[in-house]
Design a protein around this ligand. Sequence first.
Ligand SMILES: Nc1ncnc2c1ncn2[C@@H]1O[C@H](COP(=O)(O)OP(=O)(O)O)[C@@H](O)[C@H]1O
Ligand SMILES: [Mg+2]
Length: 777
Amino acid sequence: MSDSLPVLPLKDTIIFPQIVVPLAVGREKSLAAIEAAVAAGGQFIAVAQEDPGIDEPNLGDLYVTGTIVKITRVERQDNGSQVIVQGDRRVKLLSQTDEDAYIAATYEPLIELDLSETSSDASEIEALLRVNREIAQRIATLYDTENGAQIYQQLVGHLTNPVIQMYRIASLANVEVSKQQETLECETTLDLMRKVNGILTHELRVTELRREITESARDDIEKQQREHVLRQQKQAIEEALGEGGDDEDIAELRQDLKEAKLPADIQTEVDRELKRLGRMSANAADYQIARAYLELVAELPWHTTTDDNLDLTHAQTILDEDHYGLEDVKERILESLAVMQLNPKSKAPILCLVGPPGVGKTSLGQSIARAMGRSFERLSLGGLHDEAELRGHRRTYVGAMPGRILQGLRRAKVMNPIIMLDELDKLGRDFRGDPSAALMEILDPAQNKEFRDNYLNLPYDLSRVMFITTANTLEGVPRPLLDRMEVLDVTGYSDLEKKSIARNYLIPRQRSEAGLKNDQLALSEIALEQVIRRYTREAGVRELERVIARLARKRARQLVEGESVSAEVSIDTVAELLGPERFKQDGSRDQQHSGVAAGLAWTEAGGDVLYIEASRTPKEEKITLTGHLGQVMQESAKAARSYVWSIAHRIGLDRDKIEAEGIHIHVPAGAVPKDGPSAGVTIATAIVSSYAAMATDPKVAMTGELTLTGLVLPVGGIKEKLLAAHRSGFTHIILPKDNEADLAKLPEIVKDDLTITLAGSLDDVLQVAIPMLKLKA
Ligand SMILES: Nc1ncnc2c1ncn2[C@@H]1O[C@H](COP(=O)(O)OP(=O)(O)O)[C@@H](O)[C@H]1O
Ligand SMILES: [Mg+2]
């Protein structure tokens, strides 16, 4: 035991006895420790933190073994101090003495290592010492940088105390702090020699490897330079001789073109190009352009097709193998196959898969290709503005290229791939031309037999391609384009369907992605439910697949690190692996204020719950609408208010009074634009609730358009809206009476969980939504 000394926690350094180290001190407590040390004789204890991430460590966050150091110089700077210290001796920290401004602790000195502990180990120590010096020498010669070499040379050169020499190696070597700490903790000289031997061997290997890598890179560069020079010389010779064109090159190209078996008229064109190429100098800028063009012609498929597999059982098997449910869509695909079987001349229909993100539209396209044995190419239309991207640029353009359709065919190498035009609704349109015009031609069976790409500038037959398009919404897709396609709705999934998809598709897939065996990752029923409800909120399963992938990776890491874990992820381990829940609460609220009503909206991302708020305001403000509402929604808000006024007496309100004041209607998530008439009943309900000062039932959500006479009209997106309401925990839904037919498409489980009221008029709505309200006749 001894007096106590200030303690300085170190983030990424270890200070060894006798070694001089500059320290940059910035933390307030550390500066205080230095000041105290200077005042009391210039000594403190330097100890590394176990976790450098901790900003205000306690004694418990530090290693136990540290070093007493002497301050040789302190330079105070703007943002801290630069302190030069020299290690003195190793100590063990005992207990914290009470100090607020900085840590201080009592300590116990540890033995000082030296060679004089003559023992049975002496010869082994001697041997290791020599080996270590040799390795250091080798490293020194391998080092490229002067600096590195010097470091190690110094080590071998100076005949200092061997123990100090080892400490110096450990302090300079490129190893983690924890390794250095282990070195500091060595209790015998033999241990120390062994530890440093480990460090040096590792360092040697790394240095050798690094050198090999640099050398092989250097060889590469030299080879490239040589080729470059040779090529330039060759060019100069050719120029001098007036020779152009590389005959061999052209012969090869001619051969490739012959093998492409071009249609006769195309062959004529190509022959002309080839002749032109033959007359050109290989250095002419045009030569490369003409050559690239002919290469494209040679690589495009002009004859090759794959045979379709139209076997229905086979197709059904593949489709089921890849996707759960989606019965309507699968059915429709099988029908098309049947027709193609009976009438081989019939054209494959252009399917357009419409639905929220993550419901499997893109992957369904892949699956259809797999079922039919066709190759598959996907072109994302998102953000595509320029017609030329689809149709190519004329060759006279600098950097001209064929359009994406031809590029896809070139990749596919067959004339009859499935080409998926993904995200049709994200197609842009601006001054560069309207790509939808080009699409119209591509998708028109009457025109696409002779499709003209600007770059190719020859007719190309697209009629054997099967096109499939996808979109989140059909809004904004030009009508004539829509007319060419057969629209198939792919709706979102209920929690139960998501569970099946996860069990049968996503979990097995991610398990094998992560290289896990079946018994290494399983989810209990409630754990899976937890994942679906608390970590994702979406119509599709994209996010769910990501979360499961994350689970699989975490599990893989645990296994690799040798943790023993049970195969099944239980409800308790979910949070441990995935972190805190992302969606704390169900969307529905436990309690509702008056003036608030829950509406159901439909967006591109699927259904969503939208709370609509109404609040009375002074008269001058009349009607205020906020929350980024579109024109149609604003009008339906005004209509709703007028209708509520007209039934004021039946709600028990004084019409003159409410007409004399204003009302404010707000739809939160103000930055998201909202529009459409389907919030009419919700707005009216919120207004009534506000006027009557009675809350709506928090478990009720609604949708429907409202007329000026109080009738409820049908709206779209019912299935998505109901799925969203179910996801968010609502139990009672009010729908327009005329939407009854849409209920047929709803999964049973959702229907079982929900009470549904079909409303013909606002009266029907109010009775359910505001239970306390008594409507007078
Ligand atoms: N019904 C389903 N059965 C199995 N997996 C599905 C199903 N629906 C979607 N997935 C998977 O979810 C992921 C996202 O699907 P994706 O095709 O990208 O959706 P979309 O194109 O509709 O946005 C894919 O890995 C897909 O295989
Ligand atoms: Mg997609």
